[in-house]
Design a protein around this ligand. Structure first.
Ligand code: AMP
Length: 134
């Protein structure tokens, strides 16, 4: 419990220290400073195709504001966190994979396999997903 509290506080501090995220590749994509195949954009989130797709559809949905990971989310971010999911669902319809199904993944931290420390939701589909996870 105490450990989780400190991890959360550390993540929040890191997020604050890191702004502006001049070296964050997803911030650069959001700010049009780095090329990407952007498929959706609004005032809160941006979605673009993963550069190394794991399936026929592989889209990353990211908040426009830099947030390191789920660890750095606060209660004030709840509507933004929900937006990431609703946009993922809308893009699944647009990609034609809503009926066949898809997987939504958010890797967090080293054990979660997170490699880019800007919160993102993977929308992966277009083929059957493999099991088990983990
Ligand atoms: P994760 O490992 O969960 O942090 O996911 C990071 C994802 O970002 C990986 O699937 C990468 O292939 C993807 N990625 C890294 N750089 C880029 C980029 N410049 N454009 C699009 N996707 C990227």
């Amino acid at each position: 419990m105490l450990k989780a509290f400190f991890i959360h506080q550390y993540a929040r501090l890191r997020a604050r220290l890191h702004t502006p995220m001049s070296e964050c590749i997803f911030c650069k994509i959001v700010n049009n400073e780095m090329p990407a195949t952007v498929v959706y954009r609004d005032e809160q989130v941006t979605a673009f195709r993963d550069i190394h797709p794991a399936a026929p559809t592989h889209i990353l949905i990211v908040p426009n504001r830099h947030i390191d990971s789920v660890n750095a989310l606060t209660a004030e971010d709840e509507s933004l966190a929900g937006r990431l999911l609703t946009v993922a669902g809308q893009l699944a319809v647009r990609e034609g994979i809503a009926e066949t199904g898809y997987r939504i993944v958010t890797n967090t931290g080293p054990h979660g396999g997170q490699t880019v420390f800007h919160l993102h939701v993977h929308l992966i589909g277009g083929q059957p997903m493999r099991h088990p996870m983990g």
